[in-house]
Ligand binder design. Structure first.
Ligand code: TRH
Length: 376
């Protein structure tokens, strides 16, 4: 069976990050033909540096990656068409889909949410006004009645390897600098502009425990530069009291996953890094993509209700305080101290949560079962 995934990059990295992970997981899982059409080759290359500079069809990890224009010029219809995040397919593809017998299964991949309402909408078809073809809405999520989470077959094994005793040594061999101690508390930072960052940096500077903060290139550099009073460049690695700041390049995706696995705490954002932090099975703080009318706070609360269901009241309180503070939903001066003190418990909790998620079908299994119900 042939799968076509269409992705337009609206902003940031999440659209292509999720689409690429899905394409790779589908190719690995089902050994079926997978093509990924993408309109922003440069952003794809940031995640996958092995992709050649000139946009042209290219096979990587079993996925045929294609520039978007090729779908516009010579559309061919796959048995299953996945439209990522309602990105609107090229008119030529829509026409070819309408003319094809039988028509393809057409899936709209939605944004991940922990909210209850997605269960009612997951898997529902809706007629597309332009073509009359049914489009099925697929909602990734955390429950059995949702579309699940993308989990490539080897993701947990790769995490376990990175968390072996030599995992940090290997990381330091690739990205380390003399100032970094392998035994410090390691944290990664991937964030949108965040006024709370300055407060946290102050906390970390006076921490009793030495802290190393790994910061891949991106928006968080701006906040850091403001706090440092100097611009930041790749390779910047310097100590500020108990805090060592290490500025990394924007990492190839698999190295970003490795960073999450070797850190004690991960600050993540958006959708894809949020999921990867959960597979890393380490305590994490999520910055939800900021939306008008504090919609993102609702999303955060919906996730926390699930994530903290089995946590005791004291543990739940420190996580809630830290996450609310980080998402601008209620400042709490001692949010970090409480969170840091609870880290041993939070680490066990993160592992339990990850194991619980990993015991259920991943998104690709659920997708294949929906599209090919007869396949065992
Ligand atoms: O980049 P994001 O903010 O993307 C967001 C979300 O997807 C959000 O839901 C969407 O509405 C908005 O974009 C438009 O965060 P996200 O989802 O975590 O995607 C980041 C991707 O970048 C993820 O696949 C991990 C990858 N990454 C690297 O490969 N290397 C790096 O160094 C870093 C920091 C990230």
């Amino acid at each position: 069976m042939q799968w076509d995934i269409f992705c337009r990059v609206v902003d940031n990295f999440g659209d292509i990050g999720v689409s690429w992970r899905l394409a790779r997981a589908l190719a690995l899982h089902s050994q079926q033909g997978v093509r990924l059409f993408v309109d922003d080759w440069e952003t794809l290359r940031r995640l996958l540096p092995s992709v050649p500079a000139a946009p042209a069809p290219f096979v990587v990890s079993g996925v045929e990656v294609q520039p978007w224009v090729l779908a516009e010029r010579s559309p061919s219809v796959a048995a299953c068409v996945i439209e990522a995040f309602a990105c609107e397919l090229p008119p030529a593809c829509l026409a070819a889909m309408r003319a094809s017998t039988p028509p393809p299964v057409w899936i709209n991949l939605e944004y991940l949410s922990a909210e209850d309402w997605i269960e009612e909408c997951h898997g529902l078809p809706s007629p597309d006004p332009a073509t009359g073809l049914p489009k099925i809405f697929f909602f990734p999520g955390f429950t059995a009645r949702s579309g699940g989470l993308i989990r490539e077959p080897e993701v947990l094994a790769r995490r376990d390897a990175a968390q072996e005793p030599d995992g940090r040594r290997n990381w330091l061999a690739d990205y380390g600098c003399a100032e970094v101690s392998a035994s410090a508390q390691w944290m990664s930072l991937f964030a949108y502009d965040n006024p709370q960052l300055a407060h946290r940096l102050r906390d970390w500077q006076v921490s009793d425990t030495p802290i190393v903060l790994w910061v891949p290139e991106g928006t968080a550099w701006r906040g850091l530069a403001h706090w440092l009073g100097a611009s930041l460049a790749e390779g910047h690695c310097q100590q500020y009291g108990a805090l060592t700041v290490s500025a990394l390049p924007f990492l190839p995706m698999d190295d970003y996953d490795r960073l999450l696995a070797v850190c004690d705490v991960n600050f993540v954002r958006g959708e894809d890094s949020f999921v990867r932090a959960q597979w890393a099975a380490r305590p994490f703080v999520w910055q939800a993509y900021p939306q008008a009318d504090a919609v993102h706070v609702e999303k955060m609360n919906a996730f926390l209700r699930r994530y903290l269901q089995t946590a005791d009241a004291a543990t739940a309180a420190v996580v809630e305080a830290m996450w609310r503070d980080w998402n601008g939903a209620g400042t709490q001066e001692d949010a970090w101290v409480g969170f840091q003190n609870a880290l041993p418990v939070l680490r066990r909790h993160a592992r339990q949560w990850c194991d619980q998620l990993a015991a259920t079908d991943g998104l690709v299994d659920r997708l294949v079962k929906m599209v090919q119900p007869d396949v065992k």
